[in-house]
Design a protein around this ligand. Structure first.
Ligand code: HEM
Length: 532
């Protein structure tokens, strides 16, 4: 509305004023502080500008690559109006990634007005800056996700959904190119929705229906909770994009030039929470109607609803008054949302990377198959167990090596609650530190021949797995790691035991887009039943 009433010269005036304010602010900050690191002058303004320019693609790390090459393994910059120390050396982050309960790196980000505005900084896990509240959520989340019965459910669930995928791929036929990035994302979406809220969203089925002739279309039952449930994965995905937008674009721009997008972010959040509330209320009713003697389904939603009630499935007693009550719909919604958005794209993108690299390294694929055949023999229908999965060491090594090349998160954020000395420099409390995973993963001082694709490096040294930042680390590292590894290994097993996969074009580099996460936007493949 405001924008349409502005003339071109007004808009130019606003932009010039913003630029002048920024230049003045950052230069004042620079000359009045101690401890300058290389990479500061005259980069703050340029850094911000690049942040804004790149927000569409989201890849502000293009900027880090240049600074890393120019200034070495520690440098500073400004993105989204915020001063950051960027680190690309494993020994500088040891303290930051410590799992000690005394760690002062419990915050991912300090005070972030943009996230306060969006309402994500005092609930859930990922952006929660209220440490006691985050700790409670984290303990609960971890307990649910690490419970052996939860893993068992996932191990049983994945092959069932895989059978559906298998059926569609067979119907599509051998010589038809398919986009693996879409299929696998629909797949991980299906698994994650089922394990988190106990719901099928039928994404695989609707995707299949979208390109087959009408006589082959599968019937999709309308969702009993809401007709929009089918679009829920897309809504949560857009929500992630908006987070990146809020993180990088300064408030003054969001509220003026990009107001439409800013408003759309709030609308997206409302839509997400409305749907989640419907799911929660539906399940609450089902639980109320289930006799106390009857066993309840073991998904994350059920565990959350029953917390601190007589139906509690996990003993999660808390001594603190505010944490001994049943969880509210808002608390549950945020935890569910993070489980939904935490596991889908990360797992599907990692699998795209695996498929891409295995197509380019047939000798690695041959060794993988040897491992699979040794563990599972040729009994095609044997049920997979947790023990089988624990023996898939080479598959795990392939996964880690793939994520070393294409890490789902290019950087990880931390804020110290106290002042600290890192790399010989003293930093004040609340300093934002950005761990540049991509720089660390390719640092020749720590990886032999870093640009060589070599999964064996992880077979020779277990310790390397703690150096790689696939799942981050420390007290804020990924709580979904165990489930993620189960999912990835199970899918590697199911796909490569049954199919031969070829890339449609071996010369095309991986199609990646970075906005918050490294996302594979297209991976055209052909699948055939396995020959050898
Ligand atoms: C291949 C799959 C996955 C990858 C690569 C991955 C990666 C990550 C990374 C890099 C972080 C940030 C860690 C840090 O800052 O040190 C993270 C955090 C997180 N992940 Fe995952 N993740 C995966 C799967 C999952 C799954 C399956 C879930 C849940 C079902 C999940 C839930 C979360 C949550 C809630 C956080 C925030 C934790 C906190 O702030 O305390 N992730 N993940």
């Amino acid at each position: 509305m405001i924008l349409t009433s502005l003339s071109v010269s007004d808009v130019i005036g606003i932009i010039v004023s913003i630029i002048l304010i920024y230049v003045a602010k950052f230069y004042f900050q620079y000359f009045t502080r101690t401890n300058p690191l290389p990479g500061s002058i005259p980069l703050p303004f340029v850094g911000n500008l690049l942040g804004i320019i790149h927000y569409g693609k989201g890849d502000f790390t293009v900027w880090y690559k240049i600074l890393h090459e120019r200034h070495g393994d520690i440098f500073e910059t400004y993105i989204g109006g915020c001063r950051r120390i960027v680190i690309a050396r494993p020994d500088y982050i040891e303290k930051i990634m410590s799992t000690s309960t005394q760690s002062t790196y419990t915050l991912r980000m300090g005070k972030t007005p943009a996230f306060d505005e969006l309402g994500v900084s005092k609930i859930g896990l990922t952006f929660n800056t209220h440490v006691p509240n985050w700790k409670f959520n984290r303990q609960f989340f971890t307990k649910v996700i690490l419970a052996p019965s939860f893993s068992k459910e996932v191990v049983n669930l994945i092959p069932t959904i895989y059978d559906e995928l298998n059926e569609y791929w067979k119907e599509i036929g051998e010589d038809v190119p398919i986009d693996f990035s879409i299929w696998i994302n629909k797949f991980t979406t299906e698994i994650t929705f089922q394990m988190v809220v106990g719901l099928r969203v039928n994404g695989l089925k609707s995707y299949f229906n979208s390109f087959v002739e009408s006589s082959k279309k599968k019937f999709i039952e309308p969702n009993p909770i809401d007709k929009d449930m089918e679009h829920f994965p897309q809504i949560t995905n857009e929500g992630l994009e908006y987070l990146g937008f809020f993180l990088v674009v300064p408030a003054i721009i969001r509220h003026t030039l990009l107001k439409k997008k800013n408003d759309a972010a709030f609308e997206n959040r409302k839509q997400t929470f409305d749907l989640l509330t419907k799911i929660i209320n539906h399940r609450r009713k089902e639980i109320e109607q289930t006799s106390i003697h009857e066993e309840l389904r073991y998904d994350m939603l059920t565990l959350l609803i029953t917390t601190n009630t007589e139906r509690e499935l996990i003993d999660q007693k808390s001594v603190e008054e505010e944490h001994s009550k049943p969880l509210t719909n808002d608390q549950i919604s945020q935890i569910l949302l993070e489980a939904l958005s935490g596991g889908i794209d990360t797992s599907s993108n990692a699998l795209c990377t695996v498929v891409y690299y295995l197509a380019h390294y047939p000798e690695v694929l041959a060794r993988l198959r040897q491992e699979l055949d040794t563990i599972f023999g040729f009994e095609k229908d044997r049920k997979i167990t947790m023990e089988d999965l624990s023996k898939m060491r080479y598959a795990e090594a392939i996964f880690y090596e793939c994520t070393r090349f294409v890490n789902p998160a290019k950087t990880l954020l931390r804020t110290s609650t106290t002042k600290d000395i890192i790399a010989g420099y003293e930093w004040p409390a609340n300093m934002l530190i950005e761990i540049y995973a991509e720089g660390i993963h390719m640092n020749p001082a720590y990886w032999k021949d870093p640009h060589k694709f070599n999964p064996d490096r992880f077979m020779k040294s277990e310790a390397l797995k703690s150096k790689i930042l696939t799942f981050g680390g420390g007290v804020r590292g990924c709580p979904g790691r165990k489930i993620a590894l189960i999912t990835i290994k199970l899918l590697i097993f199911l796909i490569y035991r049954n199919f031969d996969i070829t890339l449609v074009d071996m010369n095309v580099p991986m199609n990646l887009k970075y906005s918050f996460l490294n996302t594979c936007t297209e991976l055209k493949i052909k699948v055939r039943p396995r020959m050898s």
